[in-house]
Design a protein around this ligand. Structure first.
Ligand SMILES: [Zn+2]
Length: 154
């Protein structure tokens, strides 16, 4: 038995844009802003209780930071997933573009922003509460889930 712990939140350094997008799709709150410098990342991490994900040995000295030794996305995802015990969470998927929370978008309201094919083939839609981007689990979603499964993150 392990004690329940708070869901980890992250801030990724400027080298880790892809990793940040994938963590958001997994359901984890991940700040990524390539304009943040190391000092700003460290400050944000402390202020918002976020773990730092970094490729930079200096920044990795911050408390709670994880140094990612690998350049490829699979290894990075696996390293973060193993370290923090992450699991894909269908109810917590966040906007891969901006990290905003997704809200259910009724199908009749999705009509305006979704191509007809997607509208016909899907019943559930989501809208980002921050940037307004509309999501559905199209054909590309299978590939996303395959990656999570391959890495034992589901
Ligand atoms: Zn968004």
């Amino acid at each position: 038995m392990t004690e329940p712990v708070a869901i980890p939140k992250f801030v990724a350094d400027h080298m880790l844009g892809s990793l940040a997008r994938w963590l958001r799709m997994m359901g984890y709150d991940t700040v990524y802003d390539k304009d943040l410098d190391d000092g700003e990342i460290a400050k944000l991490a402390r202020g918002e209780s976020r773990f730092i994900l970094t490729r930079d040995k200096e920044l990795a000295k911050e408390p709670g930071a994880l140094l990612l030794e690998h350049e490829d996305l699979d290894s990075q995802l696996k390293a973060v997933g193993t370290k923090f015990g992450l699991r894909y969470n269908d109810n917590q998927i966040r906007c891969s573009a901006c990290n905003g929370e997704l809200q259910d978008l009724p199908k009749d309201q999705a009509k305006e922003s979704v191509p007809e094919g997607a509208l016909n083939n899907n019943d559930r839609f989501w809208k980002c509460s921050k940037c307004g981007k509309v999501y559905w689990k199209g054909t590309h979603w299978r590939g996303i889930m395959e990656r999570f499964q391959r890495l034992s993150l589901v």
